[in-house]
Design a protein around this ligand. Structure first.
Ligand SMILES: [Fe+2]
Ligand SMILES: [Fe+2]
Length: 417
């Protein structure tokens, strides 16, 4: 061990291999997002090591043979500490094994949810699962021809499956609120984008257009791969500087997607535009530029229709989600919050969206549950986690979720920031 001791507990120092982190090692590591980390709590064993990086030290914290919930809890509690640089990683070469574990857990959870929650639409659940597999490829970074083809295939499957908008809205909100670990932001946004696009009564869209809007949804936060993972995965409140860094994901998204396109990936211009514009508000109070209105009427300052759709999907998706600092909102509550600041949204898109959510709530809220069905949500509903670092991951699992999109809804009623 180096003469300079790392800021690591003695017990960890005795148990783990700890080496100074250099550039060569950094190149070989891939981050594990907080969102995906939760899935590990549902597995009995792993066949890869989990590393933590503390300052400039790399620690092989969990070897496959030593895998335990207690060690996961230790990592989780270290993540909750407000100060210090701390990252959870694995070897890049082990990413396929890790993704296989996540997909397995996700499928099991979805199957369980289907069995316990009444009126879930199986088609929506299957499509969501498919979209989520594509969204994982996007958030992993390195968007190439293969990733674009995979995203396109998911969007195409979504559109060709002709989903019932009301049933899909209900199912999506149940999935997200009953089991927050099932939340996949880009998959939810992509599905909502397609639902909104196909319900545009004043401006009907072709299947091809709906598919493109769904693709935009899957790629909209691609720029987040450029935001430092300790900022992106920070469970607590962001500082103004960190918030500014998160906001840059729009510019990063445009630049990264353009780079991929220049490198030969067949990325459409609308996708790049939505990645850049999806936090712009109709009234001009968004970012990064403060654009306003419709591109159709103002070619210089207006916002693209697909960005105006994606923005509504993004905010609604974030409001439905349970987070460390807020409970999940029911669809009706989420809609009420959005209506309070309706000037943020294009009425041509927002009005049919409001009617659709209202119809979906009316239809499913009053539908009696089958006699034999148990209430899954009572099993998993927990309290909001206090960020005091004293909660175990098991407790945290009941109420915590991804902070990947915290900039969209960092406080109970703050959205689209
Ligand atoms: Fe975003
Ligand atoms: Fe987003």
């Amino acid at each position: 061990m180096n003469a300079k001791q790392p800021p690591i507990r003695e017990e960890t120092r005795n148990r783990c291999v700890i080496v100074p982190l250099n550039d060569a090692l950094s190149q070989r590591l891939a981050p594990i997002s907080l969102e995906h980390f939760h899935f590990l709590h549902d597995v009995q064993k792993i066949d890869f090591s989990i590393f933590v990086v503390v300052e400039n030290w790399l620690i092989e914290f969990i070897k496959p043979k030593e895998f335990s919930k207690e060690l996961l809890d230790e990592i989780w509690m270290a993540c909750l500490k407000p100060k210090g640089s701390f990252r959870v990683c694995l070897w890049k070469q082990d990413k396929p094994k890790f993704e296989a574990v996540i997909n397995q857990v996700r499928s099991k959870k979805l199957a369980r949810l289907m069995a316990y929650v009444p009126h879930m639409d199986k088609k929506t659940v299957d499509l969501y699962n498919n979209l989520s597999a594509s969204s994982q490829l996007v958030v992993n970074g390195g968007i190439d021809e293969e990733v674009v083809a995979r995203v396109r295939a998911s969007a195409s499957l979504l559109v060709s499956s002709v989903i019932d908008s009301q049933a899909a809205l209900f199912t999506l909100s149940k999935m997200i609120s009953c089991d927050p670990t099932l939340y996949d932001h880009s998959a939810s946004v992509a599905m909502l984008c397609a639902i909104i696009a196909q319900e545009m009564v004043d401006k009907p869209m072709s299947d091809k257009e709906v598919m493109m809007v769904a693709e935009c949804g899957l790629f909209h936060d691609a720029g987040k791969t450029c935001v430092p993972s300790e900022v992106l995965n920070k469970p607590g409140k962001l500082t103004p500087e960190e918030f500014d860094e998160i906001k840059k994901h729009t510019v990063y998204g445009r630049d990264e997607l353009t780079k991929s396109k220049d490198g030969g990936a067949p990325i459409d211009d609308q996708i790049i535009r939505v990645a850049y514009e999806h936090h712009e508000k109709f009234n001009g109070r968004g970012y990064p530029e403060g654009r306003s209105g419709r591109l159709e009427s103002d070619a210089e300052k207006g916002i693209h229709l697909y960005s105006r759709i994606c923005m509504i999907a993004d905010v609604y998706s974030a409001l439905l989600m349970k987070r460390v600092y807020k409970e999940a909102f029911e669809p009706g509550q989420a809609l009420k919050i959005m209506i309070e600041s309706n000037e943020d949204y294009d009425p041509v898109v927002f009005k049919p969206f409001v009617s659709m959510v209202v119809d979906s709530v009316k239809k499913f809220q009053n539908m009696p549950a089958p006699q034999s069905t148990l209430n899954y949500s009572n099993d998993v509903k927990g309290k909001i986690i206090q960020l005091d670092g004293n909660k175990s991951l098991a407790e945290a699992m009941k109420g915590n979720s991804s902070d990947r999109d915290k900039e969209t809804s960092p406080a109970p009623v703050r959205k689209g920031a």
